[in-house]
Design a binder for this molecule. Structure first.
Ligand SMILES: *[C@@H]1O[C@H](CO)[C@@H](O)[C@H](O)[C@H]1NC(C)=O
Ligand SMILES: *[C@@H]1O[C@H](CO)[C@@H](O)[C@H](O)[C@H]1NC(C)=O
Length: 479
């Protein structure tokens, strides 16, 4: 069923593409010319070449997602199938899911291995959605919004198909133990592709809620361009959240063998994260109350910000640790979450250095608005922009306070600055994927500085000191 949806969506989107390309081409060309000319006139040509450099970097960063895709990305462009983006990548995993009569051929491989891990894949989709929602207009400016949306849909199509009924979610394709014995191209793999699922007797609130968050946030991304797809995403998101909340348990308890790869240390944060996104996607205050009243004390550690990261999931063996190269060729040079880190890194730097504009536009305030920190920041959005549903909700203010505290911890000159940084000031938390924390923190700092600016809330108090959005941006740059 979901495959049909995906197909329909693609062909519809393509029809839309052709019409839109013609119309937008004309408009965008004109606007681009004017904007570019203005920039040139104003800031000399260096800004424009800097803009070009960042466009290239973002484009390349975005292509790393394509490398992780399990199928050649067959995009319909003007009625023709094209894929010249990653010429050395071919079809693979075409029969993934067939054991359960499902099509799980989409999605992204984890890293150099050929496993599809649902948990980190869903996390990647959620944060990619967030980046598109907040900064999509700027991505569009250099034609990178569509590639970003395509990569997002590549994951959400997989997640939709992996959720065939209310209380069943397939969370893994492939056997990591077998797979990790040999680095091989996915196009050539011969290992079995067993499936893992969570259901009411083997629950996985963390993975189900993370998937709900991914689908709810993506439903906002596609709301305007493809309302049918958007509604389908939202329907699955709601069902998955109900499933996650009703049958509580950690997926790594239901499947202990998975703990070596992406261990989950608890599911409370994912439930809050999912409910936060569902509130943004639906405006239904039931979700807001879930976060601020019913479960805030139970799950939200509002009195101590922790790090924006997916490191809990990375704890234990990293794919790659202890593997011998031998005769086998590595399938892919990158891991999917690293794509996200690179993409966000370039995005943050580009927005700071070149675009220099306040990014969260007023028109989107009402429409859209963590993991640990991120849901604080996501929820603080409601406080900044005086969301109607959130009015008089003291829980929201607590989240905003926690988000403030987090920012104070990041700022190096604040009295509560974290000591978790190198001598030169780079945020440093763990040796594994050590850049995820600086880049994640930079992303949140830029986002927060934009929330502050766009809401005329320009002072951040840290103890007796006060800081401005520009201080947060300076921190982001320093990372
Ligand atoms: C849940 O899935 C397991 C297989 O992982 C299966 O043995 C069990 O019967 C399923 N439970 C329900 C309620 O369907
Ligand atoms: C996974 O996380 C749980 C809960 O924090 C912990 O008890 C367990 O030791 C971890 N397992 C691995 C393999 O890291």
């Amino acid at each position: 069923m979901a495959k049909g949806v995906a197909k329909q969506r693609k062909s519809r989107r393509c029809l839309w593409c052709i019409v839109a390309i013609v119309i937008l081409g004309g408009i965008a060309g004109g606007i681009f010319y004017v904007v570019k000319k203005k920039i040139l006139d104003k800031n000399s040509s260096s800004t424009s070449s800097l803009e070009d450099k960042y466009s290239d970097a973002l484009k390349i960063a975005m292509q790393f997602f394509d490398v992780q895709k399990c199928l050649v990305c067959l995009l319909m462009v003007a009625g023709k199938l094209v894929d010249d983006k990653i010429p050395w990548r071919g079809n693979s995993g075409l029969k993934d899911g067939s054991e359960a009569k499902l099509d799980l051929s989409m999605g992204m491989y984890d890293a150099g291995d050929n496993i599809k891990f649902g948990f980190p894949m869903a996390f990647t989709a959620t944060v990619l959605s967030w980046a598109i929602l907040e900064y999509g207009e700027h991505m569009e400016h250099i034609n990178q919004r569509e590639p970003a949306e395509n990569s997002l849909a590549w994951i959400t199509d997989f997640l939709l198909n992996a959720h065939p009924s209310q209380n069943v979610l397939y969370i893994q394709v492939g056997d990591p133990k077998e797979d990790h014995k040999c680095w091989e191209k996915p196009e050539k793999m011969t290992t079995k592709r067993p499936l893992k699922l969570v259901n009411s007797s083997k629950p996985g609130s963390d993975v189900a809620a993370e998937t709900a968050a991914a689908l709810a946030s993506a439903s906002l991304v596609f709301k305007k361009t493809d309302s049918t797809y958007s509604s389908t995403l939202l329907k699955h998101a709601k069902q998955l959240f109900t499933f996650a909340d009703k049958y509580k348990g950690s997926y790594t308890k239901s499947h202990p063998e998975v703990a070596t790869y992406y261990n989950s240390t608890g599911y409370g944060d994912e439930l809050l994260w999912a409910a936060s996104w569902l509130y943004h996607a639906t405006g239904d205050t039931t979700y807001l109350r879930y976060v601020t009243e019913e479960n805030a004390d139970k799950y939200a550690k509002v009195d101590g910000p922790t790090w924006f990261s997916w490191d809990n999931k990375l704890a234990g063996a990293q794919p790659g640790g202890g593997m011998e190269g031998g005769e086998c060729k590595r399938g892919s040079p990158v891991r999917t979450e690293s794509c996200l880190v690179w993409m966000l890194g370039v995005l943050v730097q580009w927005l700071r250095e070149v675009r220099k504009v306040s990014i969260v536009s007023a028109s989107r305030r009402g429409e859209m608005g963590l993991y640990r920190n991120i849901f604080m920041v996501l929820l603080s959005r409601l406080s900044f922009f005086g969301d109607k549903g959130a009015k008089g909700n003291s829980g929201i203010d607590d989240y905003k306070k926690s988000a403030d505290e987090l920012m104070c911890a990041l700022l190096p000159d604040s009295p509560s600055a974290t000591a978790s940084r190198t001598k030169s000031g780079l945020i440093w938390i763990t040796k594994w994927d050590s850049l995820q924390h600086p880049v994640g923190s930079a992303f949140l700092a830029v986002l927060y500085s934009d929330y502050m600016r766009a809401s005329d809330n320009e002072i951040l108090s840290c103890g007796d000191d006060s800081f401005e959005p520009s201080d947060l941006r300076k921190f982001a740059q320093s990372q």
